[in-house]
Structures are given as C-alpha cells and as structure tokens.
Write a protein that binds this ligand. Sequence first.
Ligand SMILES: Nc1ncnc2c1ncn2[C@@H]1O[C@H](COP(=O)(O)OP(=O)(O)O)[C@@H](O)[C@H]1O
Ligand SMILES: [Mg+2]
Length: 313
Amino acid sequence: MTDEQDDFGLTEETEGAPGDEFEEIDVRDTEADRIARTKDREFAEFRKRLKDTEQFKLDDGAFDDATYAAIYKLVEDDHVGAMGGPISTGKEANVYEALDGEGGDVALKVYRINASNFQQMREYLEGDPRFEGLRGDKKAVVLSWTRKEFSNLRRAKAAGVRVPEPLAVQRNVLVMELIGREGDAAPTLSDVDVENPQMAYEVVREYVRRLYDAGLVHGDLSEYNVVVYEGELVVIDVGQAVTIHHPNSEDFLERDCRNVANFFARQGAEDADPDDLLAYVHEHANPRAEADTAAGARDGTEATEQGSDTDDA
Ligand SMILES: Nc1ncnc2c1ncn2[C@@H]1O[C@H](COP(=O)(O)OP(=O)(O)O)[C@@H](O)[C@H]1O
Ligand SMILES: [Mg+2]
C-alpha cells in the first residue's frame, strides 16, 4: 500500500465498526482445516478412535475430517477431555455430552456443514450487521452460524438471561455448559408438567424482555427451546437469534411471543396472551438505546466483565 492510500485511511476503515470481532476470524481456513489437511499421525489416530466409538458410528459419514479436527483442537486446548453420548440428533446439528479437561460436564453442539437449510441460515445472517458482507459457501455460512450462536449466548448471559454458559467455539463445534447431569440432560418445557405456569410464564416473559432490551430477538423461542433444571428455566438454541437491525426481527419477536403465550395459556397461565406479551415487551424494553451504539452491536465486552471470557478465538 502506498502512502497516498494510507492517507485516505483505507487501513482503518472498519476499525471499531459493529461486527469487527468476526472479521478476524477466517471462516475459510481454520486451524481445524489445517489439522485435517496435514493428517499427522496423532490426528489420524484420534479420528479413528472417535469414529469407532458407538455414538459416532451411528453418524457415519455425517462429519467431515475437519469436524473431527475441530474436536481434536478442542481436546488439545483442554476444552474437551472425553466425548459422551448424543443428547439430540437434529437436522442441522447434533448435541453430545462430553467432559471438559478437568472432568466437568459440558455439552457439544456440532453443526453439519451440509445443513439442509443453509440458504435460510444465510438469510438470518445477512440481515445482521455483525455479519455484514458475508459471502460464501455452505462452510462459511455454517461456521459463521456457529460463532453467532456462541456470541448470542454471551450476549444473552450478559443481559441476565439464563442460558448455557458458552465455553469455546471451534469451527462448527460449540462447547457450552451442560444443563442437567451426565447421562441425564435436562428436559425441555414441552416434556414436563409445568407446576406453576403463571410464574414460569412471567420468567420467560422477563427473558424475552431482557433479550430485546439488549437488542436481540431469539427467533425460535418455544417450549422446545427452553429446558427445565432444578427449578430454573434455561433458554437454549440461540443460533438463529438476530439483532433488532434485522429486517425480520419484529416478525420473529411476534412469533416468539405467540409461541410462548400460547404454550403457557394452554398450561393454565391466566395472563398469557400473545398480543399482551408483545405489547409488554415493547413497553418495557428500550433496545435502541444500546443497539445503536457500536459497543452494543459489538459482542464480548459485557461478557468479559462477568468473568466469562473463555473465548480464545
Ligand atoms: N447445553 C445443553 N444442555 C443440555 N441439553 C441441551 C443443551 N443444548 C441442547 N440440549 C438438548 O439438545 C436438543 C437440541 O439442541 P438445540 O440447541 O435446541 O438444537 P436444534 O437446533 O437441533 O433444535 C435440545 O432440545 C436439548 O434437549
Ligand atoms: Mg432446538
């Protein structure tokens, strides 16, 4: 670059802009891709061992070498010590139990690169200023999506919403707190008898409000994406959550409110009504105040203050 170009400030164009935390991440050639490519003996043995375990045999062919390499890297970095069985096998991702480097329980969400609805993923990403200018193939989209879920978990946590603590992210693999016990993951709201639906409704209402106040809309909130553990309601599956800048964020909020209110109304919560919930959230949250500042659109700073800065990416 010449001095003249420098004078135009081209090198600093994006500094401090919302979303720049993602620009440092190469979604095309990650460390895991490099590990998979070099095929050193240690990795080859690791992959063979993992492929031979019962839980991965079931999924034969589902994961590419670089996905195994991502898990390998997580092991190297001590975020994962041992793999456990699957908690859930979905269309876009599988969730596994695992142990971390110290033997504590964690959950691993492994996204498939060949996710069937990656076109839809792309649409969610494109309206989000944190992912502005995202180009690319399936892999870039799925890797960005995985990072988005990690980042959304941090934001939700910083906003005071109970979510699984995000611990690490590597390529298409997300490591987070396991909700529940080893061999006994917590059930979703849809699978339990809700003891006090009115109270539970008010808790979820407050979660929706806090998320919105922090500039986020879950986008797939329902009884299937809230787990219940030891009297707590824990919101999961925030990969599709968008900032309020997304052109469809209000539609998503409306849908979330409808799902939540209808569910709790069926459970007997007297106050639960979709329109009331939406009005309540609008009335009691002020998302623009935060989201319009660069700091609000950038992630991590809030989470760091809470001592959860384990993101090593
Ligand atoms: N951190 C976690 N702790 C315990 N169970 C989890 C956790 N994350 C996900 N699950 C379980 O895995 C299922 C699928 O996870 P989710 O994030 O909802 O992915 P999907 O996109 O497949 O719906 C959930 O319904 C829940 O039962
Ligand atoms: Mg889900």
